[in-house]
Design a protein around this ligand. Structure first.
Ligand code: GDD
Ligand code: MN
Length: 367
């Protein structure tokens, strides 16, 4: 069962709370891969259910099994990137750790790679003849997934049928061409890679049937959907705006509504005390922005307890400096260029950039 030869194929499996699936997946891989010399790398982000321990234990008896254990980080895309970078084989597959992807297709994918050396990527697709989302997705999710797929194809100009697939095989040398341009934030690494490759890759798609999950639960969430939208916008700017900054802007936009709504309420209560009402509106908006950023933009390093309070205070300070910078820049600019709209907008942009970078460093310490 054990072998020391360098693998021809490494399977990268991102995991978050998949303890019950790990052993079974290795067993299925063993059965499905036949004569291919393979290894599997699990990339775990501090699962609380002991996934990493389970993998470590397996690797004691099976040297084909490896673990990359990441701390203080979350994110499917980033986990896949690290797994691929850490793999030894010239051909690498990525698949989920929850048994939803059909491991029996891996041998066919590998065969395509062998037969056609110029193929860079083979995608396991649910949307070509023979493939289905089957029992794997609820009706609501299937609908959302189809809309998102159409959007991605149109906005990023991708020609493949299932750019959202989390099941694919690629050559290391092809991956190395695009890795520097990839976003670690988010769920959809395949769409990101295809967009970064700008049509240079030779891509083959083969059908597979997405299976239902039996153990554990999906990590798909509102957060993941927002990250996906942010990834789209980021990609449309050619990566100039990082995903995190786009998320920060989403939250900032909600802050504007919060401020106006609270201000209106405060005016009703306080009468015509405009300054006080505005002050309360700003304070509440800053607080809600802090909480939303803590939940969405920085979810993998969410502040809790005492760190939450310290973070809140530092966020107030950061935003106060941002507001001063905003006003100072707009006023100075207006002096030279008396167009209020331009001066005011540039002030707002400078304020937002400051708030983003300063809170990144001081509040969430995410450098
Ligand atoms: N390391 C790590 N870190 N792994 C994660 C994280 C994370 O933050 N979030 C999720 N995972 C792992 C899960 O443990 C699982 O093995 C895999 O990534 C997919 O997560 P699921 O939560 O099961 O996603 P899904 O089933 O809703 O969606 C999957 O299938 C779709 C259809 O192919 C994903 O692969 C999608 O990208 C894909 O579109
Ligand atoms: Mn799944």
């Amino acid at each position: 069962m054990t072998q020391i030869a360098a693998p021809d194929l490494t399977v990268v499996v991102p995991t978050y709370n998949e303890r019950e699936n790990v052993r079974e997946l290795v067993r299925l891989l063993d059965r499905a891969l036949g004569k291919i010399v393979w290894s599997v790398v699990f990339v775990d982000d501090e699962s609380q259910d002991g996934t990493a321990d389970e993998v470590r234990q397996l690797s004691q008896t099976d040297p084909r099994v490896k673990l990359i254990h990441r701390v203080g980080r979350r994110g499917l895309a980033g986990a896949c990137i690290e797994g691929i970078l850490g793999s030894e084989a010239p051909v690498v597959a990525v698949m989920d750790g929850d048994l939803q992807h059909d491991e029996r297709r891996l041998a066919d994918m590998y065969q395509i790679m062998q037969d056609s050396q110029d193929t860079d990527l083979v995608i396991g697709s649910r949307n070509v003849t023979g493939g289905t989302s089957g029992d794997g997705l609820s009706r609501v999710r299937k609908w959302g997934s189809d809309r998102a797929t159409a959007l991605v194809k149109r906005l990023l100009g991708l020609a493949v049928s299932d750019p959202m697939s989390g099941f694919f095989m690629l050559r290391r040398r092809a991956f190395n061409e695009v890795v520097c341009g990839l976003q670690t934030h988010g769920f959809k690494i395949l769409a990101d890679m295809l967009s970064a490759a700008q049509g240079r890759w030779k891509v083959v798609e083969i059908p597979y049937q997405f299976r239902a999950r039996t153990a554990g639960e999906s990590k798909m969430s509102i957060n993941v959907s927002l990250e996906f939208l942010a990834l789209l916008i980021s990609r449309m700017t050619g990566g100039v705006l990082p995903v995190r900054f786009v998320l920060f802007l989403f939250v900032g936009a909600t802050g504007l509504f919060v401020q106006l709504a609270v201000m209106r309420l405060a005016m009703l209560v306080l009468g015509e005390e405009f300054v006080w009402a505005q002050g309360i509106g700003v304070l509440v908006a800053m607080t809600s922005n802090f909480m939303l950023n803590n939940m969405i933009t920085y979810r993998e390093r969410r502040l809790k307890g005492a760190a939450f309070l310290r973070g809140l205070v530092s966020f107030y300070l950061v935003c106060t400096v941002g507001a001063v910078a905003n006003i100072a820049a707009a006023t100075a600019l207006f002096h030279f260029l008396p167009l209020w709209f331009v001066a005011s907008s540039i002030g707002a942009i400078i304020g937002a950039l400051w708030n983003f970078w300063a809170s990144l460093i001081f509040t969430w310490r995410a450098t």
